[in-house]
Design a protein around this ligand. Structure first.
Ligand SMILES: *Cc1c(COP(=O)(O)O)cnc(C)c1O
Length: 352
């Protein structure tokens, strides 16, 4: 056919997924630890012979487990195929104004892709020079607001008072707070859904719950918003979550002890890694997530990125305005941090 008739879109580019085992992978913010033993047990007990049937389109078992965990109603939770799926549905469901939606200039790179895909007008609001979101910039007419808290790839967290102020100034439009990294140190806005019928909080099992491979995410919001999300989903694909995702996800969220323990390990490794990187001459933002956002005084980020890759250590580099001299490094195990620090020490030898 004539490719003129193809829809033109610049896709989101995810971090590399090298398939070899002999490498250190610190580029896509996955959890270095396996999922909870509850998940491994549920996987063994799963009845594969029932896979001839479609899954429950409402994913009730999973949605109820999530609702119980947050102490909200079944009708306040919407689950999807990773939070990417859930946030994309939110864009379709709530960003229906002629006015532009607002999000930071430096943020999760999928937002502008979805806005383009769904033909939603948008405006990027610059972070200040310290990479902080300035709440007052969002006190103006708009078609909706979305931002991650903590922000990505900066890791910087906003306080609940500031988030409340943004919601208060925008009661007629949707405010989506993308809490992909909230478990690593921030304070969640989830409790505020009872106060504000324009707030949507999204979460994922991909990071703090070690389940990126299963693709589970969810939104928590006022009942009317959740009903609207279901309407959109049922206008597109009724069976988003697989039988496996429903079973294993609900097993995962029941293991509070394992969750607390893994998150604590990652936070501890993050603080330790930050100290060691500072000794090597790096400076960084105050990250409350499972990654560090770092820059070096002597060597360009692009070069460090390439040199690390030669040593089979993968981190993330964004060749984008304002952040093209930064690296985003996922927090791995302590052994992976040791490998990273050893490699960086060698690479930076030459830069002295
Ligand atoms: C990782 C991430 C997501 C999406 O994660 P899923 O794996 O699709 O659940 C959403 N927002 C931000 C800011 C992320 O970093």
């Amino acid at each position: 056919m004539n490719s003129e008739n193809f829809r033109k879109i610049e896709p989101y580019v995810p971090g590399e997924q090298p398939q070899d085992r002999d490498r250190v992978k610190l580029n896509t913010n996955e959890n270095p630890y396996p999922p909870s033993p509850y998940v491994l047990r549920a996987a063994k007990e799963m009845n594969a012979s029932a896979l001839n049937l479609y899954p429950d389109p409402e994913a009730r078992e999973l949605v109820q487990s999530i609702a119980d965990y947050h102490g909200v109603g079944f009708d306040n939770v919407f689950a999807g195929v990773g939070s990417d799926d859930v946030i994309a549905m939110c864009f379709m469901a709530f960003f229906n104004s002629e006015k532009p939606i607002l999000f930071p200039d430096i943020t999760y790179a999928f937002y502008d892709v979805w806005a383009e895909l769904f033909k939603i007008s948008y405006e990027k609001i610059p972070l200040d020079k310290n990479f902080t979101i300035v709440k007052e910039d969002y006190f103006r007419e708009n078609g909706g607001i979305v931002f991650p808290n903590p922000n990505a790839p900066t890791g910087i967290c906003m306080g609940l008072d500031d988030i409340r102020a943004i919601i208060e100034h925008n009661r007629d439009t949707a405010v989506i707070v993308d809490e992909a990294y909230i478990d690593f140190g921030g304070e969640s806005a989830a409790d505020m859904i009872n106060e504000y019928d324009n707030l949507i909080v999204t979460r994922t099992f991909s990071k703090s719950r070690s389940m990126a491979g299963m693709r589970i995410g969810y939104a928590i919001a006022d009942k009317a918003l959740i009903a609207q999300l279901k309407t959109i989903k049922n206008s597109y694909n009724s069976y988003t979550l697989s039988t496996a995702a429903i079973k294993l996800g609900s097993a995962a969220i029941k293991d509070e002890e394992y969750f607390i323990e893994t998150v604590a390990k990652i936070v501890k490794t993050r603080e330790n890694t930050a100290q060691r990187l500072k000794k090597l001459g790096f400076s960084m933002t105050d990250s409350k997530s499972n990654f560090l956002f770092v820059t070096h005084e002597k060597m360009r980020a692009a070069e460090i990125f390439e040199r690390l890759k030669e040593k089979r250590i993968y981190v993330r580099y964004f060749n984008k305005p304002r952040i093209d001299n930064y690296l985003r490094i996922t927090i791995g195990t302590d052994a992976e941090t040791d490998a990273l620090i050893a490699a960086l020490t060698e690479i930076l030898e030459g830069a002295k």
